[in-house]
Design a protein around this ligand. Sequence first.
Ligand SMILES: [Zn+2]
Length: 169
Amino acid sequence: MSFNASRDQTQLQLVWAPLRAQAEHMLRIMQGWLRERPTEQEKVEVHVASTWRDPAEQMVLFQRGRTRVNGAWFVENPKQIVTKAPPEETAHCCLTADGKPASLAVDFVILVDGKWAEDRDPRWALIPAAAALVNAEELEPGAFWNEPRDWPHVEVRHWRTHAERRPKS
Ligand SMILES: [Zn+2]
């Protein structure tokens, strides 16, 4: 996948409008930080990696490696697991009341020479830092989660209470 400014904008169009404005602000802040400290050996960029996901597609991903028994999901093959969350459990799958995409989460990516930065790259910390600067009360970075830590992810805190924007099942 190639990341660039026009793809960032396309992705941001699928975000709930108030979060979109905050995510755009975060992007500008992080780009500014990277410009202030250019590295000679590497090219470091930040982009929007992903925003809205179709609930049906998320369900297909969730089913990988799992089996359903008596209405509950069980992990059958841990190696095939690609996501912990069914559509109703992820802020990426939210819709407006009239069924339009309105992601309540944004995943950013730090690219080093065009590739995803390694997990231990300290520059991932730019994402939670920018979220805190833009709106520490409303934005919850996945960087603070324990299992697993999700560096790229930022979501609207308490997004489940935005009932009208919950995904339709
Ligand atoms: Zn995410």
